[in-house]
Ligand binder design. Structure first.
Ligand code: MEV
Length: 321
């Protein structure tokens, strides 16, 4: 039996995080420069059915059955077997690792889940469609990350830029030109579920104000989609910065994020904003090719613990490879 290895990318939200939880649209793109990786390695000398789990990033090395039922890795393995209608699998070691920063708004949890679901289903010879992988990952996200919109699992499963709105068909974006984006990490860990939960409480006490903000962001996202598709990066950048101002109003920015956004704009970025849950984690800056290095240097000197350069690009349709 061969070793099965699957990877899944990180992601950024170009515009529309948080308001997407309340039914407005958002745009997300995969970040292929960072990945979660899961391998299933047959272990023919071990007792049949035994599954060893090795996740060095979180110091985990044990038999799967030693983990509590509600541990995410155990839950994912059980979910895959249940969905495939398989009760026992050949003895194996599952190795999980990721270089996507944890709790930083880049979808590390969803990427681990997608890679693990695909690796196990490949190992047992029961390949799932992308739609099933997406659905299962959403189940896992709901269990461990509060009230997600579903945007993270969707962009990571399909690995393409998407225009996403809860309850609507997924739209893949046609981006004609390669567009450079810098991702600056504040180095501050901030689980998305906390920012999402705090915003929900604020919305419950003053839904009128927040609904108005979400509407404004929804309008920005719709405009951004057309600028992205027509290649008008100056307008797109402008909308991203406006989106950041609304995210500040929602209370999900932080002084570190605001500082990096300021640095990027001072250094010539076309637009900048936090990306993902906020309160820490990563910000993004839309740049022209000629200013990539200047903006990246300014982000580093402004306190970014890491800077990634990624490119927006995408034209594929779902199900194509
Ligand atoms: C997280 O990447 C995006 C949020 O809008 C949460 C969600 O949509 O589930 C903050």
């Amino acid at each position: 039996m061969p070793v099965i290895t699957e990877t899944a990318p990180g992601k950024i939200i170009l515009l529309g995080e948080h308001s997407v939880v309340y039914g407005r649209p958002a745009i997300a793109v995969p970040v292929e420069q960072v990945k979660a990786r899961s391998s299933v390695i047959p272990n023919p000398r071990a007792e049949p059915g035994s599954i060893r789990i090795y996740a060095p990033d979180i110091n985990l090395d044990c038999d799967l059955k030693e983990l509590p039922d509600e541990h995410p890795l155990r839950f994912i393995v059980s979910l895959v077997l249940k969905t495939a209608g398989v009760s026992r699998i050949p003895a194996c070691t599952i190795r999980v690792s990721s270089d996507i920063p944890l709790a930083s708004g880049m979808g590390s949890g969803a990427a681990v889940t997608v890679s693990l679901i695909r690796a196990i289903s490949g190992f047992i010879g029961h390949l799932f469609t992308d739609d099933t992988v997406n659905q299962l990952t959403f189940e896992v996200e709901k269990l461990f990350h509060g009230t997600p919109s579903g945007i993270d699992n969707t962009v990571i499963t399909y690995s393409m830029p998407i225009y996403f709105q809860v309850g609507q068909p997924i739209e893949l974006l046609e981006i004609q030109e390669r567009v450079p984006i810098l991702i600056g990490d504040t180095g501050v860990h901030s689980p998305t579920s906390i920012a999402v939960g705090d915003l929900r409480r604020a919305w419950q006490t003053d839904s009128l104000t927040y609904e108005r903000i979400f509407d404004e962001v929804g309008n920005l996202v719709k405009l951004a989609k057309s600028h992205l598709e027509s290649g008008d990066l100056h307008q797109l950048g402008h909308l991203m910065s406006e989106n950041h101002a609304f995210l500040q109003h929602m209370g999900v920015s932080s002084k570190e994020l605001d500082q990096l956004v300021r640095c990027a704009l001072e250094a010539g970025a076309l637009g900048a904003k936090l990306s993902g849950g906020g309160r820490g984690g990563n910000m993004i800056a839309l740049v022209e090719e000629g200013t990539i290095n200047t903006v990246a240097d300014k982000l580093r000197s402004g306190g970014a613990s890491n800077v990634i350069i990624t490119w927006l690009f995408g034209k594929k349709q779902p199900g194509t490879s």
